[in-house]
Design a binder for this molecule. Structure first.
Ligand code: KIV
Length: 267
């Protein structure tokens, strides 16, 4: 069985995912770009992540929810990351956290979290929090040296006890080789079909976030068009007086209406 993972940042979305039986829900720091209007994920704060993670937990009480550690929650080192991870589990009721690879110091962070028995998912390949150091939002591990480095980092994470490794924008032969060699499940986004599971951003999947169209994305609906048309029709109907109709209004029984009108008229 392959694992189906999706992001959620709010309660109604989480409820849809749980109803449909998604395997894992990720409260991604992509919330910064998708919902909060930031230019990248680096500005997302821990307080914002906790706010969204709590909403997701309320909407999906039974699901396995993973809190994505934002840069601002880990940049000061392992001890800060431990505090952040404990907030995800303690305050927001998450089951696990995801940590983006940011160099060898990530191993210290993961080691400390695992010493505290915190379930951790690793994130390799394109790591948006450090994208500026990777030459932007580009496919990673395209040459032999960086492909081997990715594999070795995946192995190190596995040996520290992460329960899964997510690979973002990695050529499929590399993702396939890593998947075959690790014992833990791999989750791919732009990493091809040989990973043990896949993740997409919910808003991308349903066509609500249409600014970017990476090759790996499959849109299953065009909710943006539905929303645009609905809002347009609502504005026209309000402005022309068509909405609300009697059907959308509350009445009053005749006696109450008469008493009310008499009172207004001073009778
Ligand atoms: O923040 C996010 O949404 C992610 C993606 C890999 C799905 O990390």
């Amino acid at each position: 069985k392959k694992w189906a993972m999706l992001t959620a940042y709010d309660s109604p979305t989480a409820e849809i995912l749980e109803t449909q039986g998604v395997d894992w829900i990720l409260v991604g720091d992509s919330v910064g770009m998708v919902l909060l209007g930031y230019a990248s994920t680096v500005d997302v704060t821990m307080d914002e992540m906790i706010h969204h993670a709590k909403a997701v937990r309320r909407g999906a009480p039974k699901s396995f929810v993973i809190g994505d550690m934002p840069l601002k929650g880990v940049e000061k080192g392992a001890k800060q990351a431990l505090v952040s991870a404990k907030r995800f589990l303690g305050e927001a009721g998450c089951n696990a956290v995801k940590v983006e690879w940011a160099g060898a110091e990530t191993l210290e962070t993961v080691k400390l979290l695992r010493q505290h028995r915190i379930p951790v998912m690793g994130h390799l390949g394109l790591t948006p929090q450090t994208a500026s150091k990777l030459g932007g939002y580009k496919v990673q591990a395209q040459d032999v040296q960086s492909a081997l480095a990715l594999y070795q980092n995946a192995q190190k994470l596995e040996s520290l006890g992460v329960f899964s490794v997510l690979m973002e924008c990695v050529p499929f032969p590399v993702a396939r080789a890593v998947t075959r060699r690790l014992q833990i499940p791999t989750i791919g986004i732009g990493a091809g079909r040989f990973c043990d599971g896949q993740v997409l951003v919910f808003q991308d999947l349903v066509g609500l976030a249409k600014k970017m169209s990476p090759r790996f994305l499959k849109r299953y609906a065009d909710l943006d068009s539905v929303a645009q048309k609905s809002v347009g029709r609502y504005i026209k109907e309000v402005q022309s007086g068509k909405f609300p109709s009697v059907k959308n209004s509350f009445g009053m029984n005749e006696t109450q209406k008469k008493v009310f009108e008499d009172s207004l008229n001073g009778r």
